[in-house]
Structures are given as structure tokens and as C-alpha cells.
Ligand binder design. Structure first.
Ligand SMILES: [Zn+2]
Length: 109
């Protein structure tokens, strides 16, 4: 029931805004909301880090490691031109948000 409520609520809040993907050679210091940045090499389809602003509104930036040789690491896939992140993002600091990014949308856990 709580999940359903959150889901309905998400249509009325800024959380329903889909994340855009932006590929950059250097991650910005002040990322824009609803944008998922990927740092890496487009030609080689090789990315090292992802960066996004925490969707809960706390204002923190979340940096994700995409390199498989260091842990923890995440995977960003483009589905219908929207980014999906695997596995879920679970912050251990500050707001402790736990959410999934699926096809650019935030699903709270
Ligand atoms: Zn947060």
C-alpha cells in the first residue's frame, strides 16, 4: 500500500521527471538535477564514473564507480534512450536513500 501511494505521489512531484543522460569527459562539480552524467570514452563505450544529484532533494551528489575492477561498482545501461542503473543505489551516509533508476525514472525502495 505504501509503495502504491509513493508511486501515485511520484506523478505529482519532481521525482517523476525522467533522468537525462549526459556523457562528459570530466564530471561537473555542480551537477544539474535529473541528469545522470557519465565520464568516459564514448568511442570505446568505456565509462569510469557516473554522477547524479540525490533525487530525494537533500542536495548531495552521488558518485558511482563503473569500473568492474573496483568495488562497489554499478552498471549503467541505456534503455529506450533513458539510463538505467544496476544494482540499486543505497546511500549509507546522510539521507540513506535507497532507490532504483530504471529507464530514467526513480523507483524508491
Ligand atoms: Zn538524498
Amino acid at each position: 500500500m505504501k509503495q502504491l501511494f509513493k508511486w501515485i505521489l511520484s506523478f505529482f512531484t519532481k521525482e517523476s521527471k525522467a533522468f537525462k543522460l549526459k556523457i562528459v569527459s570530466e564530471l561537473p562539480k555542480e551537477p544539474v538535477e535529473h541528469t545522470l552524467y557519465l565520464e568516459g570514452n564514448v568511442k570505446e563505450d568505456d565509462y569510469w564514473y557516473a554522477l547524479l544529484k540525490c533525487p530525494c532533494g537533500c542536495g548531495d551528489n552521488i558518485m558511482l564507480n563503473l569500473m568492474t575492477d573496483s568495488k562497489p561498482c554499478w552498471e549503467v545501461k541505456l534503455i529506450n534512450k533513458h539510463p538505467s542503473v544496476f544494482p540499486s543505489i543505497w546511500r549509507t551516509k546522510n539521507c540513506k536513500s535507497h532507490f532504483w533508476v530504471k529507464e530514467g525514472k526513480i523507483f524508491w525502495s
